[in-house]
Design a protein around this ligand. Sequence first.
Ligand code: MG
Length: 295
Amino acid sequence: MSRQLPYLNESPYAAEVLSRARITLTDLDGTLLGLGGSVLIDAKGAPALTTVQAIIEVNRAGLDVVVCTGRNRIQTGEVSRILGWSSFIAELGCIIMYDRRQPAEYLLGQWPDGVLLPDETPHQAMTRYGALRVLTETFPGKIEEHDPWHTDREVTHVLRGSIDCRAAQEALNTLEVPIEIIDNGIVHPPRHTLVDVDEVHVYHLVPKGTSKELAVRTLLERRGLTSEDAIAIGDSATDVEMMNAAALGILVNNALADPRVLAATEELDTIVATHNERGDGWAEFAHAWLAARGF
Ligand SMILES: [Mg+2]
């Protein structure tokens, strides 16, 4: 049976957190951005300024927003810069940028010191330790790099295919460094070279022990804040995980169509939903936050 989440505008708890929250962590794709990754459209994909206007009002009020996404550092940095925000978390919590002028900080979970060769990125190390090789050998024709999203990554790998994640994890467990595979849901790539695959999933390879949640906690601590000061908004199971590090979690309405996302919310009673989908849902949240903070 699917779970009924309270709506943002009907929850006294949400109202209380909105009135004091100082920072919001936001997912990008499917949350702030609409179909095709645009911010200049409504939830259905028609040109609209709803989300952008909400962003301008939040920026004008001086409220702090930090993007937390699976995208790479270059993409996340460009999007954040265009929207007027300086800190961000990229590659599913493995990269934190506190400020554009400072170097990126890598979070590598359980990887011991000394894993990396001089000048080697964690992404390159994963290849050297054989992560891609064991997966393509275990599942020939069923997994490949998620071209063109696999480029310019520094820590995590992004793959696509159709494989048994438990068997994939067992194959990865034979490697010298601890690597976890995450199924990030169904995608519809315009082209691929997979063989006899009906449903294509995106998979991320991350250092074991990393997460959006841990990255959010790290960033909050660096800012002198706690989870009590924070809101997290998103649309996927990895975003629900990030909501563990915030006083209030918000799912945009399109997230409710995914039973895996709803199942992930079972252990948290601090999550509410917006009435609207994607960027329209983000704007609904932003206006509620602004009103609650007295702007
Ligand atoms: Mg998303």
